[in-house]
Design a protein around this ligand. Structure first.
Ligand SMILES: [Zn+2]
Length: 264
């Protein structure tokens, strides 16, 4: 039959439209996947390398620091009195075992923290120790500034009956990280999408109309976050890929007696 009936023509048109839709859809995905190629190297960026198994990551410093007693932590901290970060004892508050305040740094990293007067500047000794021992890694990633928006949040809960690590001073929300001269705000520089992977072979930078500079900043950010996840530096690393509540900050925490960890 040379000239198909009207009904068959409609079916053929629908079929053609479906094929075109698939091609266009794959084209968009292709653009996203090409994002890495534009950040200066054809080799797979480190954030796309597979993460070690969880039981390996749980052997990292997050677990060893989170399980220190207050006395053990204070002893460890003494060795860092003249170390890279400047700190002092904080006031006692409900939830924090031994309270400290981070004040600044003695190295070329501009550590921005909430006002001294504010409770949200307080953190537990174990969380302070975590950051002190991370300084070499910050330097390895050429981090020159980091902005902590808060640490302790009195009585903070994840949901009813489940306390957030912020309520123990064992968590931080980070709004900006500067790599060399480049400031990357999490809000518009992370280049993520809710539900997508942050690290590993499936992780993608969503680049819609972003400059090469923005892509390069987002890649540095991911490489850093995934390095932390790989080494088990924190138990939970949450990014804008996790949910809308984290659209403007990164959440990193450690947890006593924790048997699992993730980056999302
Ligand atoms: Zn948080």
């Amino acid at each position: 039959m040379l000239f198909p009936s009207f009904r068959w023509r409609i079916i053929l048109i629908k079929l053609l439209c479906s094929i075109l839709f698939c091609i266009c859809g794959l084209g968009t995905l292709g653009t996203e996947l090409e994002a890495y190629a534009q950040v200066g190297s054809s080799k797979v960026p480190s954030f796309r390398e597979p993460l070690p198994e969880m039981h390996q990551r749980l052997k990292g410093k997050a677990s060893s620091f989170a399980n220190l007693s207050p006395a053990q932590c204070r002893r460890r901290l003494k060795a860092h009195r003249e170390g890279p970060l400047i700190f002092e004892r904080g006031k006692s508050v409900r939830g924090i075992a031994t309270s400290y305040r981070l004040l600044g740094s003695r190295v070329a990293i501009d550590v921005r923290v909430p006002s001294k007067k504010s409770e949200i500047a307080l953190k537990d000794c174990r969380f302070l120790l975590t950051w002190i021992e991370l300084v070499p890694m910050l330097q390895k990633h050429n981090i020159t500034a980091i902005r902590f928006d808060n640490f302790y949040r009195r009585g903070a809960k994840i949901r009813k009956g489940k306390k957030s690590q912020h309520s123990y001073g064992l968590a931080a929300d980070i709004g900006m990280i500067q790599f060399g001269e480049q400031e990357v705000e999490i809000k518009d520089g992370f280049l993520g999408k809710i539900g997508s992977e942050t690290c590993g072979p499936e992780a993608v930078l969503y680049q819609a109309n972003h400059s090469e500079l923005a892509l390069s900043g987002a890649k540095k950010m991911r490489d850093f976050i995934c390095d932390l996840a790989r080494k088990g530096s924190f138990h939970h690393l949450l990014t804008p890929n996790y949910n809308a509540a984290h659209a403007e900050h990164l959440h990193f925490d450690i947890q006593r007696d924790n048997r699992w960890c993730f980056v999302k």
